[in-house]
Write a protein that binds this ligand. Structure first.
Ligand code: ADP
Ligand code: ADP
Length: 225
């Protein structure tokens, strides 16, 4: 059974069909890239998966459970945005631990899980630092840790490295791939960069004008004229 089942999802904004009858199945542990030009509907699909946007029609199932009408906090999903919006008045540890504190976990568990998440993104020992003192790449790693610490079944990433320089972007891709494989986590990664999709994806879903044009393995998508 697919871990994530997207069925006939549609969303209209005024006269714009932002998402038009999109259906995709994603297997457990798979990294799916949503690839397409700006305005093709990628972010709207992702926001609907995370519960930040309501579809006009269609449904979203995770492990067979219909989550279409659940709010973000009741879904087993995590989201990483392009602009990370870390809290500058809190240190790195508190930024990452925040969601666990809301869940009122025991202190010892919070400490352990937060340190494990920081370790996973290569920021072991960075807990006491201020986010504003970190580089762009390090800040984006904190944002990643903040999502991972909640152990989402599915991690949703919206152009998470778009503001980083080319070199760093490539390194972050590799790290995401490693985390994804090590943690066995399912990911949906939005990008408008073909290189990025080719480097990352198990499968690529190509979007254009709100529609899904093609879903295939990277080499098959690339071969098409
Ligand atoms: P992408 O992520 O591929 O750039 P989006 O999903 O952001 O595409 O947008 C798809 C289309 O829907 C675009 O034409 C965009 O302007 C429009 N759109 C997205 N969100 C809104 C909104 N909240 N209100 C009005 N139009 C929107
Ligand atoms: P991106 O291009 O990175 O996907 P956008 O600039 O399309 O981001 O969207 C940023 C925010 O603006 C989103 O929350 C989206 O819903 C909203 N938005 C996008 N297009 C429109 C639009 N035409 N009218 C109103 N809001 C929009």
């Amino acid at each position: 059974m697919a871990e994530l089942e997207i069925r006939n999802l549609s969303r209209v904004f005024g006269a714009t069909r932002a998402v038009n009858d999109v259906s995709i199945s994603v297997a457990h542990g798979e990294l799916l890239c949503l690839l397409g030009p700006s305005g093709s509907g990628k972010s709207t699909v992702l926001r609907m998966l995370g519960g930040f946007e309501r579809p006009d029609s269609g449904s979203i199932l995770i492990d067979g459970k219909d989550v279409t009408n659940l709010p973000p906090e009741r879904r087993p999903t995590g989201m990483v945005f392009q602009s990370h919006a870390l809290w500058s008045h809190m240190d790195v540890f508190s930024n990452v631990a925040f969601g666990l504190k809301l869940r009122r976990l025991p202190r010892q568990d919070i400490r352990q899980r937060t340190e494990a998440a920081l370790d996973m993104v290569g920021l072991a020992g960075f807990g006491p630092r201020r986010p504003t003192k970190l580089s762009g790449g390090q800040q984006q790693r904190v944002a990643l840790a903040r999502s991972l610490v909640l152990e989402p079944k599915i991690l949703l990433l919206d152009e998470p490295f778009a503001s980083l320089d080319q070199h760093l972007r490539e390194r972050m891709r590799e790290e995401v791939r490693e985390i994804q494989q090590r943690a066995g986590i399912t990911m949906v990664f939005v990008t408008h960069g073909q290189d990025e999709a080719l480097a990352l994806a198990d499968r690529i879903a190509v979007m254009r004008d709100g529609r899904l044009e093609q879903v295939d393995k990277p080499d098959a998508v690339y071969r098409r004229p």
